[in-house]
Design a protein around this ligand. Structure first.
Ligand SMILES: O=C[C@H](O)[C@H](O)[C@H](O)COP(=O)(O)O
Length: 228
């Protein structure tokens, strides 16, 4: 059983006609995009907004009508994966480098559904290095300031070159031992000039987490932390 696909397809059941739908990024979100494409073939009428160039490409392949991010004021439902989910519903995202657009869309969504397989669950965040998107202007200073917050930071590379996001920025992956207080850490990182966004998605923006299991089950956890 493909646990990521199970969780993603369960979330797609929540989409109704005439909704504006946020399309996440990554392998789990791709299953959701494919399933939305199938539902559109069967008559579902929606508009969608993509969180990355890769998701936009996939959405166009499966005939999902897209709106540009610039045209969006609110989103009814967004479905996206995560790299880690803690016991309170806080997330680390950005393993694929799409954290900035993902966070803009998640924050704009009335309902943000996170879809993961069991391997992403943890008590406390931190096993997955926290991605931080920075402007490419002064990476050495950003590295120094992030190190001062207690992590081992490194600039993300792909095929030997610096990884560049869809927004023309760089990613610093920050290895923290444990992230006990994601909200405070998020605030501290954002105080560093040049930081564009962090991959910490606080539980205040998450509505539900749907977890897929290898045995074919899915479990939906409702997150009740209030939006501030
Ligand atoms: O930047 C990438 C996103 O935050 C992904 O949603 C996250 O990395 C999870 O990806 P996957 O579903 O491929 O494990």
């Amino acid at each position: 059983m493909n646990a990521k696909k199970l969780a993603a397809e369960k979330a797609v059941e929540k989409i109704e006609d005439h909704m504006v739908v946020g399309l996440g990024t990554g392998s789990t979100a791709s299953h959701a995009i494919n399933k939305i494409g199938e539902r559109i073939k069967q008559g579902l009428v929606i508009k969608a907004v993509a969180t990355s160039v890769a998701s936009e490409k996939l959405a166009l392949e499966v005939n999902i009508p897209l709106l540009p991010l610039a045209a969006i004021e609110s989103v009814d439902i967004a479905i996206d994966g995560a790299d880690e989910v803690d016991a309170r519903g806080n997330l680390i995202k950005g393993g694929g480098g799409a954290l900035l657009r993902e966070k803009i869309v998640a924050f704009a969504s009335r309902r943000f559904i996170v879809v993961v397989d069991q391997s992403k669950l943890t008590d406390t965040l931190g096993s997955f290095p926290l991605p931080v998107e920075i402007v490419p202007f002064a990476p050495a200073l950003a590295l120094k300031q992030l190190r001062a917050l207690g992590c081992e930071p490194s600039i993300r590379k792909k095929e030997g070159k610096e990884f560049v996001t869809d927004n023309g920025n760089l990613i610093i992956d920050c290895r923290f031992a444990r992230i006990e207080d994601p909200a405070s850490l998020d605030t501290a990182i954002k105080k560093i000039p040049g930081v564009v966004e962090t991959g910490l998605f606080l539980n205040t923006m998450v509505s539900e987490v749907i977890v897929g299991y290898e045995n074919g089950e899915t479990v939906t956890r409702t997150i009740t932390a209030a939006r501030s």
